[in-house]
Design a protein around this ligand. Structure first.
Ligand code: FE
Ligand code: FE
Length: 197
């Protein structure tokens, strides 16, 4: 599949995802897909691209920690120290791999949006930002602090929404003494610096 205009492909992918993921994860996926589509409308991006990236972003999130590591090793996907300890982080990397090799998506914008949806990275593309934010605010999410404000902000100022999410994520991980992926921190610092410009 090259550029995606073909909604038939999208429907095939949706069915396959539905079959693979558990119900709650599938509902989340659909939520991210439509939230990302709405954000693409707001920010003048390709709506179908956003929809598909949303649909596939968690496509690898059905394996146990042991299994996901095993599959990464099998496909020569590098596992860093943080990922070694927190295997769930690997679903982004493996998801991008699976989107390409199992779902036939060639679009590099979509693949990178999947790849970076958990940690972000400095200087993200618009689609990467949208998937990152949509993942956090989609309608099935209920727990996060400032959710109402972030949902509002997501359609006003994308970078500011990104900053608040990164900050809240780091605060939360610190509060529970959770493992912080260095990239999340790097991304946050980058966007704080950007704000000062
Ligand atoms: Fe995810
Ligand atoms: Fe997700």
């Amino acid at each position: 599949m090259g550029k995606i205009e073909i909604s038939e492909d999208m429907d095939q992918i949706r069915k396959k995802i539905k079959h693979t993921l558990e119900k709650r994860r599938y509902e989340h996926t659909i939520g991210v897909s439509y939230t990302a589509a709405a954000m693409a409308m707001r920010y003048d991006l390709n709506v179908e691209q956003a929809r598909l990236a949303g649909l596939l972003h968690d496509c690898a999130k059905y394996m146990t920690d042991a299994k996901i590591k095993e599959v990464c090793v099998e496909h020569h996907i590098e596992i860093n120290e943080t990922e070694q300890k927190n295997a769930f982080l690997l679903h982004a990397k493996l998801g991008a791999y699976m989107a390409e090799h199992e779902y036939g998506v060639e679009d590099p914008d979509i693949l990178s949006a999947i790849r970076w949806h958990t940690t972000g990275h400095p200087d993200m593309t618009p689609l990467e930002k949208i998937i990152f934010v949509a993942d956090y605010i989609e309608p099935n999410r209920q727990q996060a602090p400032h959710l109402k404000a972030i949902r509002h902000l997501a359609f006003i100022d994308l970078d500011e929404a990104l900053r608040v999410i990164l900050k809240d994520t780091l605060d939360y991980l610190n509060s529970i003494h959770g493992e912080i992926d260095g990239m999340t921190e790097e991304t946050y610092l980058y966007y704080m610096k950007e704000e000062g410009k």
